[in-house]
Write a protein of this length. Structure first.
Length: 637
């Protein structure tokens, strides 16, 4: 969810350098530029997670479309020869007998729990069937990141007087994960099947914890069994085919009215405050009152593993070995010798980049009846100006992470991963977002959305970094140790920043979503905040609505493929194995913006009425399906 004005949780001043300083130094050293799509003199030792079953792959054929221009209209635009279908909007019933969407926002919490959630974010298509059938039928997993109270509730705003247990319950039901089976019709359009495989995982679904912090760990005890996953942003897919959902910005749902409450150092570092993000859920549900249930926030900020083909068959598992922070991604791969690797960024201005490496080959772990995600070491990145970097292990007993320095055990290190990274001097980044591993060569890409500046930035051509950029790196022979990195593309408007090398066909800002297609092309979704969209004083007047762009990692060419409705971000992107359908998540169309105003209870359509165009309706986040009219591969010549 876009929010470039959100205050970052205070970092320890003893932490490492800021990344913008390093980027500046790298861009000034021309000999270190990327050559031929690979880092100079680097060796890689990482492969992307393979598909769960063999599927036909789209062949790399280059970019075969004319870029769409920037747009400010309340619509989706795609290149000539393409068609767009709204497939899975917020509030659509999961089954044919499920509760119908009510245009006035009047669905109950119970009904919302049986409907598709809101604020679509990360997503992945899991083929069902072999060969061509796997590109015509599958399970679509969708993360739901947040709610807009003005749109969620019928005829009422978000004021303190309006907070009730029912409204909190509906907010919990609108977040989490949707699993929906979809299939292609004979005419090429897609539809949900309404099958029993469809399921919702929400803020009240029973969950378990595994790894160094298990469900019974003292830091997770509140007197009630653990339930729920919230603020689900990015995602990942493991080599064994499970779905990973990230929890991000969960601190905002908590608060308290107790004047005696004071945050601990750890609570402060994780952004917990009496006001939270202003939702005031604590006024109606004690679970979210920091003065009454101090351990409840410890149950959030994790990566959650789900079986995509049987999402309701067992409780989702929060994998604590992957650390607790604002996970924006869970990009999984494996080393050449079969150890699982999971990359994740901490979505804060000054947040860190992390990597988990399994202790043993994942297949052998499965053979022993153990989860590969429970046994391994979490690392945090430190970047150098010379284009090198190292992964610092967040391991109890090593470096300063010892009992003598106040660290109880490994569980304590992972529960306080941000503070552990501070202590090791990791590199602060400009809001790390989604991460993607190239299927061609194992290069790893990370979107950095933007940064407020005012720090001693470790790597950037601009102190304040309003536009963001995408970096990439290759792992060294020892995947757990070193890497080589550089800047793939600087985002922005060349009219305001001469360092930006994009032409008008590819200008963009605030990259957030990253995904490779099976041909090795990189999709970039943008999430410029409502405060900056179209704003001249923020130097965004030429960039239009948020967009989806296609980048060629070999040439660096970037072209705009899709533009979003007003107020919306382009978040998750996934596709069928044959490359002929692209599923794209459109998040919070119609949100409050400086350019067009804000929706109100009386006029929820003030900014947007996409996708329904109903006079009595409201804008809805949705998954869309994009196809070529000739049935060809998306983006290919």
């Amino acid at each position: 969810m876009s929010d470039d004005t959100r205050a970052a949780a205070p970092a320890a001043t003893a932490g490492g350098r800021d990344f913008q300083d390093l980027v500046t130094a790298r861009l000034m050293s021309r000999r270190n530029l990327l050559v031929g799509g690979a880092l100079v003199a680097a060796q890689f030792a990482l492969s992307p997670a393979p598909a769960a079953s063999a599927q036909p792959k789209a062949q790399p054929t280059g970019q075969g479309f004319d870029a769409v221009p920037v747009d400010s209209a309340d619509r989706i635009t795609v290149p000539a020869g393409y068609t767009v279908q709204t497939l899975a909007p917020w509030g659509a019933p999961l089954s044919a007998v499920g509760p119908a969407w009510r245009q006035d926002g009047g669905n109950t919490a119970s009904e919302q729990a049986r409907q598709i959630g809101s604020h679509h974010s990360g997503t992945h298509f899991f083929p069902m069937g072999r060969g061509a059938e796997g590109s015509r039928r599958g399970m679509l997993l969708i993360n739901h990141e947040s709610v807009d109270p003005t749109l969620l509730y019928a005829g009422q705003g978000a004021g303190a007087q309006a907070v009730t247990a029912e409204k909190v319950a509906k907010g919990l039901a609108a977040q989490g994960i949707t699993a929906v089976e979809v299939q292609m019709r004979a005419d090429g359009t897609w539809q949900p099947t309404g099958s029993a495989r469809g399921a919702r995982i929400t803020g009240t679904t029973p969950v378990t914890f595994s790894g160094p912090l298990t469900t019974g760990h003292p830091a997770l005890q509140t007197g009630d069994a653990p339930v729920g996953t919230l603020s689900n942003s990015g995602h990942g897919v493991t080599p064994w085919g499970s779905y990973l959902a990230c929890e991000e910005n969960t601190n905002g749902w908590f608060g308290t009215d107790d004047p005696a409450w004071r945050p601990t150092a750890t609570q402060r570092r994780y952004g917990l405050s009496a006001l939270g993000h202003g939702q005031r859920w604590h006024a109606a549900v004690p679970r979210f009152d920091l003065a009454r249930t101090a351990n409840e926030p410890n149950r959030f900020g994790w990566i959650v593993e789900v079986d995509p083909l049987d999402p309701s068959g067992s409780a989702p598992v929060k994998r604590t070995a992957l650390g607790r922070f604002n996970h924006s991604s869970a990009a999984a791969g494996e080393t050449r010798d079969g150890h699982v690797v999971v990359y994740s960024g901490d979505d804060e201005d000054g947040g860190y980049l992390y990597k988990f490496v399994g202790d043993a080959p994942w297949k052998s772990e499965h053979a022993r009846g153990r989860s590969p995600l429970d046994h391994g070491v979490l690392h945090v990145a430190r970047f150098r100006e010379d284009g090198g970097g190292e992964w610092l292990p967040l391991a109890h007993g090593r470096s300063v992470l010892t009992a003598a320095h106040g660290w109880k055990d490994q569980a304590d290190v992972l529960l306080r991963a941000r503070e552990a990274a501070d202590a090791l001097g990791a590199t602060r980044l400009d809001r790390p977002q989604q991460i993607a591993v190239s299927p061609r060569n194992g290069d790893v890409y990370c979107a950095l959305a933007n940064g407020a500046g005012g720090h001693t930035r470790a790597a950037g051509p601009r102190d304040a970094n309003p536009y963001g950029h995408v970096i990439r790196w290759q792992e060294g022979p020892d995947t757990a140790a070193g890497f080589r990195w550089d800047v793939f593309v600087l985002a922005g408007d060349p009219a305001h920043d001469a360092a930006v090398g994009l032409d008008e066909a590819g200008t963009f800002a605030s990259p957030k979503g990253l995904a490779f297609d099976s041909a090795g092309q990189l999709w970039i979704g943008t999430g410029v905040s409502a405060h900056s969209l179209h704003q001249e004083e923020r130097r965004h007047e030429n960039l239009g609505n948020n967009a989806l762009l296609l980048a060629d990692p070999r040439t660096g060419t970037v072209r705009r493929f899709l533009t979003a409705p007003r107020g919306a971000e382009v978040t998750g992107v996934t596709g069928t194995p044959d490359g002929r359908t692209l599923f794209v998540n459109i998040q919070h169309p119609g949100s409050s913006t400086a350019a067009w105003g804000a929706p109100t209870a009386g006029n929820p359509r003030a900014v947007s009425d996409w996708p329904d165009r109903e006079r009595a309706g409201r804008p809805r986040s949705a998954t869309i399906a994009v196809r070529r009219l000739d049935g060809g591969v998306i983006g290919a010549a």
